[in-house]
Structures are given as C-alpha cells and as structure tokens.
Design a protein around this ligand. Structure first.
Ligand code: NAD
Ligand code: ZN
Ligand code: ZN
Length: 235
C-alpha cells in the first residue's frame, strides 16, 4: 500500500503539469484541454484548478488533472492510476477480490495439446460474504457460485511462469471481482476479472478448455494488462 493516501498527491506524482495544453479533447470529460474540466463542479480540490492539465509521465497522454482526480476517486483508491487512453499502469494496481484461498496441486496426467508434460491444478475457494467499501453495494451480501473453481495449466516452463504470475495476481486481489455475472446476469456475485482461466481439463464444452495453442500467451497478455509482469517476480 502507498504511504501517501491523499488522492491529490497521488494523482500529482504521476503527471507533469503542462503550461500550454495541446489542442486535443480530454477523453475523461470530453471537453477541450484548453478549457476547464467538465468535472469542475463535481470534484472539489484545494490544490487542483479546473483549468490544470497534466501529462502522464510514462505514456505521455494528457488530461485535465481534475479529471484524473475524479477518475481516481471513482476507483478503489489503492494508490495506482491507469491511463484511460492506453491502459498504462502507474503504481501497483490492486483489485477488489473478496477473501478466499488459492491452492495448487500437480498431477501426472496431461492436457489435450500438451502431451509431453503434467498438469498444474489450481483450486480457488471463495465463500459468500458482505461487500466492503470497494464493492458496488457496500454492506449488502454477495453470492459466490460454483466454488471451489478448478483451473488447469500445462506444467511446462511457460505454464509455471503463468502460475507464478497468477499467485501475484491473487495477492493483488485481481483474479475475481464482485459484480454482475455476464453468464447468468446475477448481480452482487463473485465473477472472473479479465484474466482467463481454463476450467475444463479433458473436455472443452464451454470453450474454456484445451486444446488452445494461444492460451498461455493470451493469459500472459491479460496479466500484463493488470500490471502483473515478469519484472514483478524479482528474478
Ligand atoms: P462471467 O460470466 O461474468 O464471465 C466473466 C469472464 O469469465 C468472461 O471473460 C468469460 O469468458 C469467462 N468465463 C465464462 N465462463 C467461464 C468458464 N466456464 N470457465 C472459465 N471462464 C469462464 O463470470 P462468472 O459469473 O464468474 O461465470 C463464469 C462461469 O462460472 C460460468 O460459465 C459457469 O460455468 C460458472 N458458474 C457456475 C455457477 C454454479 O452455480 N455452478 C454459477 C455461476 C457461474
Ligand atoms: Zn477533462
Ligand atoms: Zn497513456
């Protein structure tokens, strides 16, 4: 967790102030960067004026600084910011996955398409509970359907790398979220969060099974999009 918890300080540390804004629109409020932020009346700030424009330091995209503050305050306020244009991540992105456990087993079987190695078996367990302030309806219950959920990876070098990154994503609360299930339409329930898992080992009736020659590369890209990269593994 970031030791600076003031949202204005967090937003300011990721941007350089622009003295002459470019003639583009701010894609957060859709107003021109040369005029005041469209969030000027909704977002109060002592230190950020509605005319201020900031350029994100790594990717160079620019927005009203107040719009970035409004966006930050609308999220889970974990000290990180994601560029709405290119999805570049500033700081360490965390999610809203409820409490639970992630267990890993190794099996001697093999997966369709991976005849020459064993299987990594991941079991996620999440129980129903009460939503926290980071969830869509704080104080209301959430359901947790179809748990424990069983997932499979080939036990080869790329599969082991994906497993390490999934462990990190789990610690950062990025594997599941609480929201609306696109499969069932149920609200206030635990759902997968943009990191695809293979939930069938031998069959492929749901489309979430093997063989799938692109799966490991696809999930690595999805992990990168959440800020979970090999650089984070520290070796
Ligand atoms: P969702 O339907 O909101 O979808 C979120 C993401 O998960 C999507 O990207 C989707 O492609 C992916 N996904 C959908 N079905 C999947 C599956 N079977 N295996 C792996 N990934 C899948 O997410 P959700 O509500 O968490 O539902 C995902 C799956 O969970 C459902 O298809 C269903 O098989 C299972 N589920 C089971 C129960 C139950 O009572 N047994 C209840 C709800 C969901
Ligand atoms: Zn704006
Ligand atoms: Zn960007």
């Amino acid at each position: 967790k970031d030791t600076i918890s003031d949202p204005e300080q967090i937003v300011k540390k990721y941007v350089d102030k622009m003295d002459s804004p470019p003639g583009e629109d701010c894609i957060i409020c859709m107003e021109k960067l040369t005029v005041a932020s469209g969030y000027g009346d909704m977002t109060q700030s002592m230190t950020i004026q509605p005319e201020m424009v900031g350029k994100l330091k790594k990717c160079g995209h620019s927005f009203h600084t107040l719009c970035l503050l409004a966006m930050y305050n609308n999220g889970n306020k974990d000290g990180s910011l994601q560029c709405p244009t290119c999805k570049a991540i500033y700081g360490e992105k965390t999610g809203t996955q409820p409490d639970g456990k992630m267990e890993v087993y190794f099996m001697p079987h093999s997966l369709p398409g991976h005849p020459d190695c064993g299987v990594i078996h991941i079991v996620y367990t999440i129980l129903p509970g009460i939503q926290g302030p980071e969830h869509p309806n704080p104080g209301k219950p959430y359901t947790a359907r179809g748990f424990p959920r069983h997932c499979f990876l080939p036990n080869n070098s790329k599969g082991k790398k994906v497993l390490d990154l999934l462990h990190l994503a789990w610690k950062r609360r990025l594997i599941f979220t609480v929201g609306v299930s696109s499969t069932t339409g149920e609200v206030d329930t635990v759902v997968w969060n943009e990191i695809h898992h293979k939930t069938e080992m031998c069959s492929n009736t749901s489309g979430h099974g093997f063989p799938d020659p692109n799966y490991l590369d696809n999930v690595l890209a999805e992990l990168v999009a959440q800020g979970v990269t090999e650089d984070c593994l520290g070796h």
